[in-house]
Design a protein around this ligand. Structure first.
Ligand code: NAP
Length: 224
């Protein structure tokens, strides 16, 4: 389904919001009328990403967006999108932290010139999908003590040094301040090597997006 035709850009804000919401929502959409998170498996429908990307490209052509990107796309979904795309996504926003380092995806993105933005950079402690895998990591704690920094600062600095951009969230002004004080020091090569040893696991599994009726029959389909 196409949303936008060149002469009629009246609903542009809505379309941009939809594009963002849809791409956040893992390449799928919900049947009209499905509500909140209480939808049934049969409400999960495929999304016309090709058509949506064309409309997003049109937004840049019309000067309405500077850069366009996606969220929660893996290598396969990015490759499919790029097969038809005129504009390569500027950015992909995915879960990334020292305990879920996204090595394969980042390698692909580096080759294609796609910037990676890291959500849940501290492991989202307190969120339903979150854990203490980052904040309680003995490896990060050791480095933090050695550097006289907090674990959060080491975790965020690691993401910057990997060439990605963390989007960290805090409601606490002191922690917000701390989280941006990561630009005038660096990790050593041996710190980076140690960080590679942190056990890896995805925090947000996304089981509720998997359905025999929808585009993703398995979790592998969802994230590939
Ligand atoms: N594109 C997507 O699909 C997607 C999915 C999930 C999240 N996101 C976005 O990603 C951003 C951040 O992710 P997130 O909230 O999931 O995880 P996060 O930033 O890894 O973790 C947030 C948690 O860390 C705590 N925190 C922040 N700074 C800290 C510090 N210096 N020391 C100790 N604790 C600290 C916060 O508590 P306090 O508030 O008490 O400091 C909060 O409990 C959000 O803006 C969110 O919207 C995007």
């Amino acid at each position: 389904m196409r949303f936008l035709s060149p002469p009629n850009c009246g609903a542009l804000k809505l379309i941009l919001a939809l594009c963002y919401q849809h791409s956040r929502a893992h390449y799928m959409r919900l049947r009209q009328g499905a509500k909140g998170t209480k939808y049934g498996k049969e409400d999960i429908l495929p999304l016309d990403m090709k058509g949506i990307w064309e409309d997003m490209e049109l937004c840049t052509k019309l000067g309405l967006a500077k850069s366009i990107g996606v969220s929660n796309f893996g290598v396969k979904k990015l490759s499919e999108l790029m097969q038809n795309a005129i504009i390569t996504p500027a950015l992909v926003q995915v879960e990334m932290n020292a305990a879920w380092s996204q090595e394969n995806l980042r390698k692909f993105c580096k080759e294609k010139g796609i910037h990676v933005s890291a959500w849940s950079p501290l492991g989202a402690n307190g969120a339903v999908w979150g854990s203490l895998a980052v904040m309680d990591s003995p490896i990060l704690k050791d480095i933090a003590v050695k550097k006289d920094k907090s674990v959060a600062q080491v975790a965020l600095r690691w993401i910057i040094e990997e060439g990605a951009t963390p989007i960290v969230k805090s409601f606490n002004s002191e922690r917000m301040r701390q989280n941006i004080e990561i630009f005038d020091w660096e990790l050593s090569e041996s710190d980076a090597e140690k960080i590679k040893e942190i056990p890896q696991h995805r925090g947000f599994k996304g089981e509720r997006f998997v359905s025999e009726f929808g585009p993703f029959k398995t979790l592998e389909d969802l994230w590939e």
